[in-house]
Every structure is written in C-alpha cells, then in structure tokens.
Design a binder for this molecule. Structure first.
Ligand code: SF4
Length: 304
C-alpha cells in the first residue's frame, strides 16, 4: 500500500497545529476535536468531539507501523487527549507498544484543566509510562482576554497546570496567541502574559498570531464590531512588548513565533536570547512600516 493510502485510512482529521517540538514525531489519532469546543477563535470548534475506542486505536497503530520508519516518539492527536481518563491513556500506551515497540516517548495537547484534573500520582504514572511532553494551550495570561474568548479557564489555572507538569517532571510546552485581546486589550494581554511566563519554566513557547476563521464566533465578533482585530504588524509590536517584559529565570526555553508579520518564523531562546529576539523584532518593524498586504501563514499543518 502507498504511504498516502495508509495516511488516508489512518486519519479522520489530517490537519492540526503541529508544535515545533513535534517535527520528528509520528502521529496517532486518539480523539477527534476538543472536549471543550467553545473558544471563540478556534477553528476546531466545528468538529464533533469523539474519542476512539481501543479497537480503533489498535487499527490506527497497526497502520502507523507501516509508515513510522525510525521514529521513536508519538504525538497523540486530538485537541486535548490528556483530558481522557488516566487508565485509558495507560492502555493506549500499552497497545501502541505492541504494534510500535520502538516507541519510547509520548506527547499530547492538553487544556490546563485537563492537567489539573490529574492527581500527582496519575501524572507520575503517565510519566513512568513514557509521557515526556505536554503542550498546553495557554493563549493569554490575562483573565479578561480568556473570558472574552470563552476559554473557560483562568490565568491561575494556567499557572497551576504548568507548575504541576514541572513538578511531575513532564516537559511543559505552551502556546500563546498574539493579538488575542484585540486593540482594546492588547496592552493587558502582553503584560499579563509576560507576568505568567515569568513564573513558569516551559520547555518551549510557541506563538501563533491570531487568525480569523470563517464560521467561528470570532468572525461574528469582528463583523459586529465587538472585537477590534489587529493587523500582523500590530501583533508584532505587541509581541515585542510582551517579550521585553518577561523576567524568566532558569534554563533556556525555545521561543518560536511561526506567524511574524504573517510571513516569517522567528526562533530564539528565553531568557538568554531575549536581547537578540528584541533586536530581530526591531529590525522587522523597521523593515515593515506598514503591515504586509499579503501573508503566507495558512493555518494548521497537514500530516502525510
Ligand atoms: S481548548 Fe483549544 S482546541 Fe479546544 S476549543 Fe479552545 S482553543 Fe480550540
């Protein structure tokens, strides 16, 4: 069978946001969509949430064994698989080992309340079973911004979730959304997000500037005038302000923004590379006195 045929059989949802850390991972669908499914900006809220049965996941793992090659790491697909019961996740780890014995590391997305729903003992059990990395959609450190988009979580929960993962020895990767506060909450969004960042020690920070997807509540908010959408240059100004305010300590984390000006990916290290990042942002702001009229950023990655 051609690899493309295997991918078609294996994935119901072949598009997702692939974190930079997962560039070399194989992907296994465990769930489809998000159990929360209510964030105003999210293009996945249109998907009906479902969890695959162990039988379905076994079939997908068997298919994956035909295309996985030398990869030893699996990223579970679904918007927040960590919210699934711990016993179920442990069973999934076990069955993937049956078909993919070379796999030694697992990662997945989570909401912060998914992390907080796990006890210390459960996080420890998942870590022992091979869970090395969790990607938490933080989006903003400002409660006002989170509430505006019906994120259903507070900045305190975000902080507690990151600290719980840190305590469990599981690498915590976070995503942020420049522009999420619109013009009216931009300053607060930058300041509160920098404050949150300065209290945690993520393994990576991934920024994706706010994109507007048709059919989302955000698109309606913009049409009705209740959300003042920023252009990519304004988002870069906000990002620069946010990074300038960070006072992170401890080991470096990787910082990536894959939508700078809608054209570029900027990577650096925080805290040690903060001055370098600010310099790059300043150069880009000088090179683009107005926002580019055409952008290249085109949303989620396609697998396969
Ligand atoms: S929690 Fe994440 S995946 Fe779920 S609706 Fe919100 S942004 Fe989308």
């Amino acid at each position: 069978m051609e690899h493309s045929d295997v991918y078609n059989l294996m994935y119901d949802h072949a598009e997702f946001y692939r974190p930079p850390r997962e560039e070399h991972s194989a992907f296994l669908e465990v769930a489809y969509g998000c159990s929360w499914g209510s964030c105003a900006f999210c293009d996945f809220i249109k998907d009906e949430y479902k969890v695959y049965s162990l039988k379905d996941i076994s079939r997908k793992a068997q298919l994956l064994s035909q295309v996985i090659g030398e990869k030893t790491r699996i990223h579970f697909l679904g918007c927040n698989p960590l919210g699934l019961p711990t016993d179920f996740l442990l069973d999934v780890f076990m069955l993937t080992r049956r078909y993919l014995p070379q796999v030694s590391e697992y990662s997945m997305y989570a909401r912060s309340d998914d992390v907080l729903s796990k006890s210390e003992a459960e996080l420890a059990a998942l870590k022992r079973a091979g869970l090395t990395d969790v990607h938490v959609g933080i989006e903003s450190g400002a409660d006002e911004v989170l509430a505006m988009h019906s994120k259903g979580e507070t900045a305190q929960q975000m902080l507690d979730a990151c600290l719980a993962l840190e305590k469990a020895g599981i690498a915590c990767h976070i995503s942020l959304i420049p522009g999420l506060g619109g013009r009216s909450l931009s300053k607060l969004h930058a300041e509160k997000t920098a404050e949150l960042l300065s209290k945690i020690h993520p393994a990576s920070v991934w920024c994706i500037g706010l994109a507007v997807w048709e059919g989302t509540p955000l698109a309606d908010m913009i049409r009705s005038g209740s959300f003042d959408h920023m252009d990519y240059r304004e988002m870069l100004e906000e990002l620069r302000y946010m990074v300038s305010l960070t006072e992170m300590e401890g080991p470096d984390c990787t910082f990536t923004d894959s939508s700078v000006l809608g054209l570029y990916t900027v990577e650096g290290k925080l805290p040690s590379g903060k001055a370098d990042l600010l310099h790059v942002f300043d150069q880009l702001l000088a090179a683009y006195p107005v926002a580019p009229s055409e952008v290249l950023y085109d949303g989620p990655s396609v697998i396969g």
